[in-house]
Design a protein around this ligand. Sequence first.
Ligand code: ZN
Length: 373
Amino acid sequence: MSSEHDEPQPFRYDAEVDPGETRHIQYEVGETYLGRPVEIPVTIINGEHAGPRLCLSAAMHGDEVNGVKVLQEVADRYEPADLHGAIVCLHVVNVPGFIAQQRYLPIYDQDLNRSFPGTSSGSTASRMARVIWDRFVSKCDMGLDFHTSTRNRMTVFHGRADMEDEGIQRLVEAAGIPLVISGEGSSGMLRRVATEKGTPIVTVEMGEANRFQPMLIDLGLQAVENVLAAHEMHPEATPRRTEFQKVLTSEDQKKWIRAENGGLVEMKWGPLPIVDEGETICVISDHFKTEEHVVTAPFDGLLVGLLANPRVLPGHPLVHLVEIDDEDREHVRQAYEDVGFARHGIFHWMGKMGERMAESVRDRQLNRGADNR
Ligand SMILES: [Zn+2]
């Protein structure tokens, strides 16, 4: 990593972006059936001043678009004159999936996020990964890779990263990500390969596929701003973070609770996404309401992922529950109160929440508190 005392350097992919320049390019990573180039949109903001290089990537899975909006805003927001180091935005990594509005690369359903670092003689996915790796990711010092839940589900804002790695620990701390599920990741995953090769990358998971969810997009932008501030990459970057930080390891209890029956799902938890052991999470019923199956929490936990489709078959995931203790619970409650319920969550994902809506949420919390007494 270069320090602020170094001379600013050009950013080289197979061309050069000089210090002080922003360049928007369409970079060829493959070919269509028609022999035309498949190009991914890339922005390189190379600061006038020396500093680290931050790689931001989105739509590695083609239908996960919240991060696409984060990167569009980042590319528009930061000027090279103020920047120490460089920001590389890979706006849409999986362009064929993005066009088809699907997760995987079309036709053979290859997962680009199991194909890194790739080879130039491998599958389509592997070749694409290789170009992206060689030209851009490997040139950077750290990165955030923005994802969402797979379709029909949604997830709270959280990170996935190997917290055993010191570079990752520093990056998670810098980004101010409140909840991290720690693990090295599957083989071929961008974050795993990059971290192993010395460019720590954290996967940022947020929200639903095929949506722009403004509250979550704001949190994504704030995470970028936090990283810029922590590395003194931008004089006006203002860090903002919650006090709450929780890292879940393989030792901690976490579980996707699955439906045992087919039917219609009605969620019963709320308003905060915390449930006590034995508390009803949801009810699955038939059309006549003659059969109702109550799904209860197997342990005290925080709901970090949720079904976003009210029809289920036996085996379909309903909620992703992670175990929390009393201290965590208080932190979560505090975090939701400090930053506003909606800012943290998945729950008001359709747009900005007005003050009145915030009040009604607070009222419901108070009423619920009163009921419990
Ligand atoms: Zn994804």
